[in-house]
Design a protein around this ligand. Structure first.
Ligand SMILES: Nc1ncnc2c1ncn2[C@@H]1O[C@H](COP(=O)(O)OP(=O)(O)OP(=O)(O)O)[C@@H](O)[C@H]1O
Ligand SMILES: Cc1ncsc1CCO
Ligand SMILES: [Mg+2]
Length: 276
C-alpha cells in the first residue's frame, strides 16, 4: 500500500526547500513545479557555494542536462550524503556521448542517490544495457509497452536492488522500483512528451517529495510520478476544451499541480504493485 494522501499532505505541511543543479532549458519550470507543489526552490549551482547551500535544504536534485555542472553535482551530492539528505538524479541523455557516459559513471560512483528518474533509454544506459537513444528523448526501441512490460519491470527491479536506489522510469507507463516493490503507473498523456521539461519537472517534484519524506524515497517517487500523470491528464482536458497548444499545456500542467487535491489524486491514479 502506498500512502499517497499522507505524502500529499506532507509536502504542503513541510514546504521543503529543494536545491536543483539543473539545465538552462527547463530551469524555470523546475522552480515553478516545486513552488506549485508547496515547496521552495533554490537553483544555486556555482561550485563555490553548492556545498554550503546544501546545508540549508531538505533535498538536492542533480540534472545532467547541466553537464557543465558535473563537478558542482559531485561536491553538493557528497555533502548531502554526509548530512543524510536525499539526492535525486536526472540522467539527461546519459548514454548519448562519451562525456555523459563518464559523468554518469562518476556521479554513480561518488554520490549515493535516493532516487534516479529518467526515461527508458537513459535508465537502460545507466543499467549497463544497450540504449538506442543519443538525445534527450526516449528512443522508439526502448519505449516500455504492454508487450515488454514484464521484462522491463525485472530490469528496473534488478538495477534498483543492485545500486540500492529507487529507480523511476517515466513514459506512457511509469515503472518505479525500490528493488523489492515495483509500481507501474498508467497516468499521463502523449502531450507531456510534446513539451520540453516534463521529465525535468517530474524529477524536481520527486526531489520536493523526498524533502518532505526523507525516510521514504519510494513513496516520494511514486506519489510525485502519480501526481504528475494525473495533472498531465487535467491539463490535456483543458487543452482540448480551449483548443490551445503545447505552450499553454505547460502552464496548465503547473497550475494543475498547484491546485491538485488529495481527492483528485486518489480518484485519478491508475496503478498496480508487483511485489518481489
Ligand atoms: N505517451 C505518454 N503517455 C503518458 N504519459 C507520458 C507519455 N510520455 C511521457 N509521459 C509522462 O511525461 C512525464 C515525463 O516523462 P518523459 O519520459 O517524457 O521524460 P523525459 O524524456 O526525461 O522528458 P524531458 O527530458 O523532456 O524533460 C512523465 O510524467 C511521464 O509519465
Ligand atoms: C532539451 C534539453 N537539452 C538539454 S537538457 C534539456 C531538457 C530536457 O531534458
Ligand atoms: Mg529528461
Amino acid at each position: 500500500m502506498i500512502h499517497f494522501k499522507e505524502a500529499m499532505a506532507g509536502i504542503r505541511k513541510e514546504a521543503p526547500l529543494v536545491q536543483c543543479i539543473t539545465n538552462f532549458v527547463t530551469v524555470n519550470d523546475c522552480a515553478n513545479i516545486i513552488l506549485a507543489a508547496g515547496g521552495s526552490p533554490s537553483m544555486a549551482h556555482d561550485i563555490r557555494e553548492v556545498e554550503e547551500a546544501v546545508e540549508g535544504v531538505q533535498a538536492l536534485v542533480c540534472n545532467m542536462g547541466a553537464i557543465e555542472d558535473t563537478e558542482a553535482m559531485v561536491l553538493a551530492g557528497k555533502r548531502a550524503n554526509q548530512l543524510g539528505k536525499p539526492v535525486v538524479l536526472d540522467p539527461v541523455a546519459a548514454g548519448g556521448t562519451q562525456l555523459r557516459r563518464d559523468a554518469a559513471a562518476r556521479l554513480l560512483h561518488e554520490v549515493h542517490f535516493s532516487v534516479i528518474r529518467g526515461n527508458a533509454s537513459e535508465i537502460r544506459s545507466l543499467a549497463g544495457g544497450q540504449a538506442a537513444g543519443s538525445g534527450v528523448d526516449v528512443s522508439v526501441s526502448d519505449v516500455i509497452t504492454e508487450d515488454n512490460l514484464m521484462e522491463n519491470i525485472e530490469l528496473v527491479r534488478q538495477f534498483a536492488q543492485r545500486i540500492k536506489t529507487v529507480i523511476a522510469v517515466s513514459g506512457k507507463m511509469d515503472v518505479i522500483s525500490d528493488g523489492t516493490r515495483t509500481v507501474v503507473i498508467h497516468n499521463g498523456c502523449p502531450m507531456m512528451s510534446r513539451i520540453t521539461g516534463s521529465g525535468c519537472m517530474l524529477t524536481s517534484l520527486i526531489g520536493a517529495f523526498c524533502g518532505a519524506l526523507p525516510g521514504d524515497s519510494f513513496t516520494a517517487a511514486v506519489t510525485a510520478t502519480a501526481a504528475m500523470g494525473v495533472c498531465g491528464e487535467i491539463a490535456e482536458q483543458q487543452r482540448l476544451q480551449k483548443g490551445t497548444g503545447n505552450a499553454t499545456f505547460r502552464t496548465d500542467l503547473i497550475d494543475a499541480v498547484f491546485n491538485l487535491t488529495e481527492e483528485q489524486l486518489m480518484e485519478g491514479i491508475q496503478y498496480e504493485i508487483y511485489e518481489g
